[in-house]
Design a protein around this ligand. Structure first.
Ligand SMILES: Nc1ncnc2c1ncn2[C@@H]1O[C@H](COP(=O)(O)OP(=O)(O)OP(=O)(O)O)[C@@H](O)[C@H]1O
Ligand SMILES: [Mg+2]
Length: 260
């Protein structure tokens, strides 16, 4: 079971967009996919058609941390992706984790063990994270097998990337299954001389972690969210191109990690 954590402290870089469309792409390849929305904003849950306002806090990961069975919190979506949705009450998750044994660091890993044994219920688990460093990120990295960071060629984004790489290095001390960070250039359009410097930095210092496939700015990735569809269901004019890019990204991940 591969566990991909979509993370970066900088907001709006495309974590949720990639999480949803990755999950849908894996599902199109007939892999069994679970997305866990770890962001109280609940954008991934909404994108997958789940109305977070109709939920109770215990339907989210809060329920699992308080002892509910993981399978009781999982619901199906139109994308064929299983979902543990988020709830606004997750805003207090950092405090709840901090007061749990070992600062709750192993709570997600323990929860995922429930769906890993005796045989994995899913091939792929996708974790969508909030733009923050802190206990929720630490808990996710303690469970993940790979961290995925969407980036643009901007100073603040590259600073956030350095911070994330530090967090992953720390997490690897307690999680030997965490293989590192893969960087995806999303909404990628370096234009100014300044952008080109950061683009060069990215290619020079992170070449081993950079994924080959680049996701440009595309209307279908902006507009499909409002219709609660992944690009695999959305029928806008550039959706076909974007679908192929996500399938390329998924193939890259499969060649790094294997399929299931
Ligand atoms: N390649 C793209 N082309 C066009 N729009 C995009 C692209 N990637 C993301 N978007 C849009 O940009 C906005 C921000 O993306 P998203 O919500 O995925 O970022 P995020 O990193 O999850 O943000 P946050 O840090 O707040 O959780 C969304 O409206 C999304 O649909
Ligand atoms: Mg998000």
């Amino acid at each position: 079971m591969h566990i991909y954590a979509l993370a970066l402290e900088k907001g709006g870089v495309g974590k949720t967009c990639l999480a949803v469309n990755f999950a849908a792409a894996f599902s199109r390849l007939n892999l069994r996919v679970l997305l866990i929305d770890l962001d109280a904003q609940a954008h991934a849950s909404q994108w997958l058609g789940c109305d977070a306002e109709q939920l109770r806090p215990e339907d989210s990961i809060i329920g699992v941390i308080n002892g509910r069975k993981v399978t009781e919190c999982i619901r199906p979506t139109e994308e064929g992706v299983a979902l543990i949705p988020a709830h606004a009450a997750m805003a207090s998750l950092p405090i709840q984790l901090a007061s749990s044994p070992n600062s709750g660091i192993f709570s997600l890993q323990d929860a995922l063990d429930q769906i890993r044994q005796p045989a994995p219920h899913y091939d792929i688990v996708v974790l969508d994270l909030a733009p923050a460093r802190g206990p929720v990120l630490a808990t996710a990295l303690a469970a993940a097998t790979r961290c995925i960071a969407p980036v643009q060629s901007e100073n603040l984004v590259l600073r956030a990337l350095r911070a994330l790489i530090d967090s992953v290095a720390q997490a690897r001390r307690i999680n030997p299954h965490l293989r590192g960070v893969s960087i995806i250039r999303n909404r990628y359009a370096p234009r100014s001389a300044g952008d080109m410097i950061y683009d060069h930095t990215l290619r020079q210092f992170y070449s081993e972690q950079l994924m080959r496939t680049i996701i440009p700015i595309r209307a279908s990735l902006r507009d499909s969210a409002g219709l609660q569809q992944s690009v695999f269901r959305y029928t806008g004019s550039d959706a076909g191109e974007v679908r192929n890019l996500f399938l390329d990204l998924v193939e890259e991940l499969i060649s790094l990690d294997g399929g299931a």
